[in-house]
Design a protein around this ligand. Structure first.
Ligand code: AMP
Length: 195
């Protein structure tokens, strides 16, 4: 089958990272989480990490110039040849357009955008649970509030953007991890079959 390029969309706390990791494992494709890459840079105190830190700590988006070049570097690695799962990128329309442009130059396009959603109260509860387990610095109540606002203002518009490209698949992200994953698998199997 042709290269599977999947984009996972959804607000913080919706569980898309968990679903993306499961699917990546299943399909043997790289799971590219921009949040995880940034957190690794922060930990290693790289130049990029130092530049990204204040944005991340406040729950704001890291500027596009830094983010897009980091992602493009990653997509050029040999393990991305058969496809990949992007989790947390694109995060605004500009990043979406940059991704489209880069893919177009290679004769490629996004196969599908998987969009996850759940009521705000569920998101806030899930993030609170994760904060206890993982101790992420950006999981504090004030930062979470800002991240949800940033999502609404910047990332939300990617849903109609993907719909306009006829690549959008939306999922109710309530339920157990396995229940949601079963729904994801149905869609992904359909994508593979329709190849
Ligand atoms: P996440 O783990 O996806 O919630 O990302 C954690 C933080 O990393 C975000 O709040 C942003 O500060 C930063 N980040 C992750 N992905 C992006 C992106 N595509 N563009 C800008 N900033 C990002």
């Amino acid at each position: 089958m042709s290269k599977l390029i999947l984009v996972f969309l959804g607000p913080p706390g919706v569980g898309k990272g968990t679903q993306a990791a499961k699917l990546a494992d299943d399909l043997k494709l790289p799971h590219i989480s921009t949040g995880a890459i940034f957190r690794d840079h922060l930990k290693r105190e790289t130049e990029l990490g130092k530049k990204a830190k204040s944005y991340m700590d406040a729950g704001n988006l890291v500027p596009d110039e830094l983010t897009v070049s980091m992602v493009m570097d990653r997509l050029g690695q040999p393990d991305c040849d058969a496809g990949y799962i992007l989790d947390g990128f694109p995060r605004n329309l500009k990043q979406g357009e940059e991704l489209d442009k880069a893919l177009q130059a290679r004769g490629e396009s996004i196969t599908a955008a998987l969009n996850f959603d759940a009521p705000r109260s569920v998101l806030v509860d899930r993030i609170a649970g994760r904060a206890e387990k993982e101790g992420r610095k950006d999981d504090t109540p004030e930062t979470v509030k800002n991240r949800l606002e940033v999502y609404d203002a910047e990332t939300g518009p990617l849903t109609p953007w993907a719909d306009g490209k006829r690549i959008l698949h939306s999922f109710d992200a309530q339920g157990t991890v396995d229940e949601i994953y079963a729904r994801v698998k149905v869609v992904v199997e359909g994508l593979k079959a329709g190849d």
